[in-house]
Design a protein around this ligand. Sequence first.
Ligand code: HEC
Length: 85
Amino acid sequence: MKMFLLLVLPVLLAAADGRALFVARCASCHNERGDKPLKEGPPLNQRPLTRKQVEGFVKSRLAKAGKAEQRAVTDYILGFLEAPK
Ligand code: HEC
């Protein structure tokens, strides 16, 4: 049982690591902190987005991720927005 927890716990913790997921799935276009210039408009970190807007976007972009992962990525993005609405 102890062995099982030792093996599974890091996996569970890693699964809800918003930063890691963002870096893996989003940073190619947004940089780690959302500051990569976009030709369509201001960088992600300078957009005045609400939690609901970010949530909606994360859900569509990461449709196959679990709720915990989606929430972790949403929180991570909200953490670097310079002027959240
Ligand atoms: C292939 C490039 C690319 C990848 C990968 C990407 N994005 Fe984006 N994202 C964009 C572009 C380009 C825009 C700006 C679109 C616009 O303003 O029309 C954008 C805009 C956004 C916005 C703001 C939307 C708005 O209404 O202002 C959010 C939030 C966002 N991306 C989240 C994510 C997340 C989360 C991921 C990873 C799961 C991700 N993006 C991956 C290119 C990408």
